[in-house]
Design a protein around this ligand. Structure first.
Ligand SMILES: Cc1cc2nc3c(=O)[nH]c(=O)nc-3n(C[C@H](O)[C@H](O)[C@H](O)COP(=O)(O)O)c2cc1C
Length: 402
């Protein structure tokens, strides 16, 4: 993707160099525009060295404007497939919200038809000022995306909101624009369950499993990037991905309740969570004392989330399940597909700890038509994109068959 990276006059400008390099490493072309104040914090040479592209200054007599500077702003505005302003000062937010075009960056922002993404950074008092918040609301009303700043110790020594978001989070927000939108998924609502469930025995002990939730989180990202509006129902401790409504749950019962609250408005479900089949019959309010000799733990069944949602679905809703099997994978998965009336089951081979954690994995899709060619082995982010592409093709085929 062709990205214009606007860099304005805040101390966090030094972090834009890291972002520029990350984006170039991800295969993007990046051209930087420095404002006059931005150029006091970071040099054009740093940015052009990292990007291999010219770095533009605020005016034609600064930076690397070309032969015909009078129309450079229009060329850049057309060249851009995304304009990201990182860090964004209160000043540039105010200018862009009000249509001012007093230097190259503000002019490109006004002239471009590309999506615009802001990562503001400023002192807490500035950030909380109603003028800044009103400007942000206005920019959002234009369809611009905002990666909100976090809280922390700021360059001014104060502690509070206004710290530039993590560079990895900003890169993720940019990535959403780079991925091609898929017709079958764009604008669709998809519920994704992920991670382990935790069934408490007492305040310190619990029953859980080896799932980390990484596959479901990567699937949530891949569906989001394809244009879907994703609701992620997440067990475990992984951080919520940017741009995804994440509902945190602990037990199987909480996961079911969260899914049921979303299901009526959803177009599809991807059930990637590793849900406990049993929970302790009793959860002790106080830490249980050790007894003499052997003890018996009575377990009862947890609700079957996938079967419950599949049974309650409308004909236009689709359901994908996961099967983690250590033997006879395909037979067990085909039986699960049939019993629960699913559209597809993605089969993991969990022998020897494969499938859990961040390493590469393989998934074999099973549909009512039989087993499909395995996807992978791939790292989980790429595997998730392969699943989404495969499912998009199935949806397109199902659609044309109707
Ligand atoms: C040392 C220093 C740090 C600054 N940091 C910020 C900041 O983090 N955020 C901000 O909105 N303005 C900050 N400012 C103020 C801006 O640099 C000033 O508003 C400038 O006019 C912004 O111009 P620009 O938006 O064209 O880059 C800072 C100023 C100085 C001198």
């Amino acid at each position: 993707m062709q990205i214009i990276l606007g860099i304005t006059g805040g101390v966090a400008a030094y972090k834009s160099a890291e972002l520029a390099r990350l984006l170039v490493n991800q295969g993007h072309r990046v051209r930087c525009i420095l404002t006059e104040a931005g150029a006091r914090f970071i040099t054009p040479l740093t940015l052009s060295s990292l990007t291999g592209e010219p770095c533009y200054g605020a005016n034609p007599d600064q930076g690397e404007w070309r032969a015909n500077p009078s129309i450079e702003h229009i060329e850049l505005a057309r060249w851009a497939e995304l304009v990201a302003v990182v860090p964004a000062t209160a000043n540039i937010l105010g200018k862009a919200a009000n249509g001012l075009a007093s230097d190259l960056l503000s002019t490109v922002l006004l002239a471009t038809r590309a999506p615009v993404l802001w990562a503001p950074a400023m002192n807490t008092g500035m950030w909380e000022h109603p003028a800044v918040q009103a400007n942000l609301a206005r920019l959002r009303s234009f369809g611009h995306a905002v990666v909100e700043p976090g809280a922390g110790i700021l360059a001014c020594g104060e502690e509070g909101a206004g710290k530039l978001a993590e560079i990895a989070v900003i890169a993720e927000a940019i990535q959403i624009h780079a991925a091609p939108k898929l017709r079958s998924l764009a604008g669709r609502r998809v519920v994704i369950t992920s991670g382990p469930t935790r069934e408490d025995l007492d305040p310190v002990r619990l029953l859980t499993n080896r799932s980390t939730g990484s596959m479901g989180v990567e699937l949530a990202r891949a569906f989001r990037d394809a244009g879907a509006s994703v609701q992620l129902v997440l067990g475990g401790d992984l951080p919520a991905p940017w741009g995804i409504e994440t509902i945190r749950v602990r037990s199987a019962e909480q996961m079911l309740a969260a899914c049921q609250a979303c299901w009526a408005d959803a177009d599809g479900l991807v059930a990637a969570a590793a849900v406990a089949d049993q929970r302790p019959e009793q959860t002790a309010a106080e830490k249980a004392k050790k007894g003499e000799g052997s003890e018996t733990l009575v377990l009862v069944r947890t609700p079957d989330i996938l079967a419950t949602l599949a049974a309650a679905r409308r004909p236009d809703q689709w359901v994908i399940g996961f099967a983690a099997e250590s033997e006879h994978h395909l037979e067990h998965a085909a039986a699960k597909l049939k019993k629960k009336g699913l559209d597809a089951v993605l089969v993991n081979d969990v022998q020897a700890g494969r499938a859990f954690g961040p390493q590469a994995n393989t998934l074999t899709p099973i549909t009512p038509q039989g087993a499909h060619h395995p996807l992978g082995p791939l790292p989980k982010d790429q595997l998730a994109r392969a699943v989404v592409q495969w499912w998009d093709q199935r949806l397109e085929a199902m659609d044309s068959g109707r």
